[in-house]
Design a protein around this ligand. Structure first.
Ligand SMILES: C[S@@+](CC[C@H](N)C(=O)[O-])C[C@H]1O[C@@H](n2cnc3c(N)ncnc32)[C@H](O)[C@@H]1O
Length: 303
């Protein structure tokens, strides 16, 4: 259910959602899942220290980040994170953080890599979300972004045949269902450039996302064909899903050793967790830590 909050963009709230089961496990989406895995393997550096997974959901992609010493699974939904804990099992490598991408609770320059897959399409204010992520990335950090592309074959055909009102050629996002947006590749690249990212590679994914093909062509063949076609993303992007590998410039210095969380209310660095709380010394906000999940959605107490 979408929630309305003052002065912050609307949020697509997955609290209590069975998304992982309904969409992935019962939804015949092995083709999409496997082609995404290939894109991640091709684009993300194999190893690193600390990776931020924005909108991690139930952790579907997290096992694909094996080469990273630690992974922060960040999501607005605590129930998605609880599912991720169950799926990934007990491990010191994972840090679970419930937070809003528009108010991230991490000190500047903390991460050396970040991914955001199937999440931008819920952003009412995509540039604001991207700017928040940018601040958490240190010099030369890699950001792997997947977005839903409005300039895809099907949308172009439907528009030209007069079966769709919105134009896939215009640069502004289209909200085709409430809180579900498709973006124009030029707009996404423009936002990334203006935030100080250099775009290193683009890969197009899901060239054959057509029910008939998925039912009639063997999965392995369809995935292999998609893997081949993914390289065409360097020249044009006409698929429903696009992956971009972007590198942060040097503007945000690396975080000081030992610092990690900041208060999402006032921005002050937070001390270590004590008695299941993180107390902000500046604004008196109290943030919880329960069942292995840091919760930065709403402060538990204010002055
Ligand atoms: C479609 S799911 C994708 C989950 C996962 N990335 C995957 O590909 O399986 C979108 C996720 O984005 C999260 N999300 C949506 N709005 C958010 C926000 N403002 N801040 C943090 N997470 C958000 C949702 O809770 C949900 O888990």
């Amino acid at each position: 259910m979408p929630s309305e909050r003052q002065s912050v963009p609307r949020i697509c709230d997955y609290e209590g959602s069975d998304y992982q089961q309904r969409f992935w496990e019962q939804g015949e989406r092995q083709y999409e899942d496997q082609t995404e895995a290939i894109a991640i393997r091709r684009l993300l550096p194999k190893s690193g220290k600390l990776l931020l997974e924005v909108g991690a959901g139930a952790g579907r992609n997290t096992p694909r980040y094996q080469g990273y010493e630690r992974v922060v699974l960040m999501d607005y939904s605590t129930t998605q994170l609880a599912q991720a804990q169950e799926f990934l099992g007990d491990s010191e490598r994972y840090i679970y953080v419930a937070a809003d991408v528009y108010r991230l609770p991490f000190v500047d320059g903390l991460f050396d890599a970040a991914t955001m897959i199937r999440v931008l399409h819920h952003m009412t204010d995509a540039p604001k979300a991207l700017a928040q992520i940018r601040q958490t990335l240190g010099p030369k950090a890699i950001f792997l972004l997947e977005y839903a592309n409005k300039l895809n074959f099907k949308a172009i055909a439907r528009y030209l045949l007069g079966r769709q009102a919105w134009s896939p050629f215009q640069h502004e996002p289209v909200e085709f269902i409430e809180l579900n947006f498709n973006f124009h590749p030029r707009a996404v690249r423009g936002w990334l450039h203006s935030l100080g990212f250099a775009i290193q590679r683009q890969i197009t994914v899901s060239h054959f996302r057509v029910g008939w093909l998925k039912r009639n062509v063997p999965l392995r063949l369809l995935v292999a064909l998609d893997a081949l076609f993914q390289y065409s993303g360097a020249f044009w992007q006409l698929t429903p899903s696009v992956f971009v590998r972007a590198q942060a410039n040097n503007k945000v210095p690396a975080a000081e050793a030992g610092s990690f969380f900041k208060c999402p209310s006032c921005g002050a660095a937070l001390p270590e967790v004590r008695k299941n709380y993180l107390d902000c010394g500046e604004c008196d906000s109290r943030w919880g830590f329960e069942n292995g999940i840091y919760n930065f959605k709403e402060p538990q107490k204010s002055s």
